[in-house]
Design a protein around this ligand. Structure first.
Ligand SMILES: Cc1cc2nc3c(=O)[nH]c(=O)nc-3n(C[C@H](O)[C@H](O)[C@H](O)COP(=O)(O)OP(=O)(O)OC[C@H]3O[C@@H](n4cnc5c(N)ncnc54)[C@H](O)[C@@H]3O)c2cc1C
Length: 465
């Protein structure tokens, strides 16, 4: 019989403590404050209990007890989702942050990655063999949420999304059963996990395909004068998608960071940043990357050959744990002149130097996967535009969130209509409709979720970002 935890969480906490190897952290526990912190300092949720699972057996036991006691459930991977979806108020957090092991098989070119690992964990292990799989650009980002929502990396046009590189995964479904899932086993779950993986179970490990890359890569980071923004954006509309698939270029409206390696007079100056790496041997990079360096007269050109690990952590310090963040994104089929004008009009009101607008280019390997081959619904978008507000001072909350929402609303007429679940900010986690997130795949995804979780144990996680 169901025993709602909201009324009295004690019996569930006691049962978890009696069963788990890992710590069970309730509100009286000394680690509660740290355990309920996620990357976004804007999030202030107070779960009743956090079960920090030590291994798959702990996850099975936690899911079994959750089925018995029926708390609200959330799952914590890397804790990076800007909406704070890793946490739930008054419920149970299945916390995977102690499950971060990575095993690399260089011969088969496969990495087995536990569900709570970060991209730093993965990249540092795979780079020992000069191998990589498409992963996050900020190394503290979790593999779990990133991959289950899709996962757009700097190598996406060559190697696909992170979810396209999953060969198989191990998942604990709502019935407490550990299932190995691949194209050949539980193919319906495998389909759902790739882009629609919120709320289908707890993924305890992923097997990722690896590609030869690194230890050094050719990388471009060029800061162009902000006065050139309109011209560069207009060029970008046709130019970026026509670049070879070895490059997944980004254009960023930003302010030059106060990095000691950058001349001080440029710190804080608004700029247009062209960014990319060559997905192949560093010595072959120059030709394919050159066009990104020829978009105008740079304020600053930091391009060169650099360790892949350095690229993958190069902006970590600019997005610190505990800062305040809000994010919203659009998919775009085209980048029309009116859309560019609207972008620049709103960009002029960017609230803080830490805020930025990122235009990612898709296509290539991302678009070659059929729209119904996985639950990821945004295969045909040529671009993804994310509006990322960042700030420190809580008195800026309203202004910063208002700016991101305002810009997103203003750009809506130019967008393809889909919502990429990984870039949803606070309150958008339930605001985006299922159709926006999963398009024509929503019906099939609902069926998969219902067949593995008929009682809706993970229903709240499915609604969240
Ligand atoms: C600074 C920054 C940079 C980013 N850069 C990129 C980028 O370049 N490209 C991109 O595509 N995205 C990017 N993102 C978005 C990122 O992909 C999402 O925030 C993603 O959800 C992070 O995963 P996580 O495991 O850390 O999240 P969490 O907050 O832990 O989880 C997010 C969601 O995924 C679920 N989940 C997580 N792990 C598991 C698991 N093992 N099993 C079942 N469910 C799980 C959670 O329940 C939750 O609903 C970035 C985010 C930030 C904050």
């Amino acid at each position: 019989m169901s025993k709602p935890v909201a009324t009295d969480p004690r019996p569930l906490i006691d049962a978890l403590r009696a069963s788990l190897q890992g710590p069970v952290i309730d509100r009286e526990h000394a680690d509660y404050g740290a355990a309920r912190s996620v990357w976004n300092g804007l999030i202030d949720r107070r779960p009743a209990v956090i079960a920090r699972c030590a291994d798959t057996a702990d996850v099975v036991e936690t899911v079994r007890l959750a089925s018995e006691y029926r708390p609200l459930v959330s799952i914590r991977g890397g804790g990076h989702q800007v909406a704070g979806s890793a946490l739930c108020d008054d419920g149970l957090v299945i916390d995977l942050s102690a499950m971060r092991q990575v095993e690399v098989d260089p011969r088969r070119r496969v990495a087995r990655v536990q569900g709570g690992a970060t991209w730093a964990d993965v990249d540092s292990a795979t780079q020992q063999h000069a191998l990589a799989t498409p992963g996050g650009e900020v190394s503290t980002t979790g593999v779990g949420g990133f991959t289950l929502g899709g996962g757009m990396a700097l190598t996406a046009r060559r190697y696909g999304l992170a979810c396209d590189n999953v060969r198989s995964l191990e998942i604990v479904t709502a019935d407490g059963v550990v299932r190995t899932v691949s194209r050949d086993e539980h193919a319906d779950l495998f389909w759902a996990a790739r882009g629609g993986g919120r709320g289908i179970g707890v993924v305890t490990s992923f097997d990722f395909e690896l590609h030869p890359l690194g230890p050094d890569v050719g990388a471009v980071t060029v800061f162009y004068p902000y006065d050139d923004a309109e011209r560069i954006l207009r060029t970008w509309a046709e130019f970026a998608p026509s670049l070879p698939e070895s490059v997944t270029p980004q254009l960023i409206l930003w302010s030059v960071p106060a990095d000691p390696q950058i001349p001080e007079e440029l710190h804080g100056v608004k700029a247009v940043v062209a960014l990319g790496i060559y997905a192949g041997p560093a010595e072959e990079a120059a030709g394919d990357l050159a066009p990104l360096r020829e978009l105008g007269t740079p304020l600053l050109d930091l391009s060169g050959t650099t360790p892949y690990l350095a690229v993958q952590s190069s902006v970590d310090e600019l997005f610190p744990f505990g800062g305040r963040y809000y994010m919203k994104a659009h998919g775009l089929d085209t980048l029309a002149d009116e859309a560019i004008a609207t972008m620049l009009e709103w960009d002029a009101r960017r609230p803080t130097p830490q805020s930025l607008v990122v235009l990612r280019t898709l296509g290539g390997a991302v678009a070659r996967v059929g729209a119904d081959e996985s639950a990821f619904a945004h295969r045909s978008d040529r671009f993804n535009l994310s509006i990322d507000a960042g700030w420190i001072d809580p008195s800026l909350d309203v202004a910063a969130i208002g700016w991101a929402r305002g810009m997103w609303d203003a750009l809506r007429p130019h967008a393809s209509g889909g919502v990429y679940v990984n870039f949803a900010g606070l309150d958008d986690e339930t605001g985006a409709t299922h159709e926006q997130r999963y398009g024509a795949n929503q019906g099939r995804l609902d069926e998969v979720r219902a067949s593995y979780d008929p009682a809706g144990l993970f229903a709240a996680a499915a609604r969240r970002a």
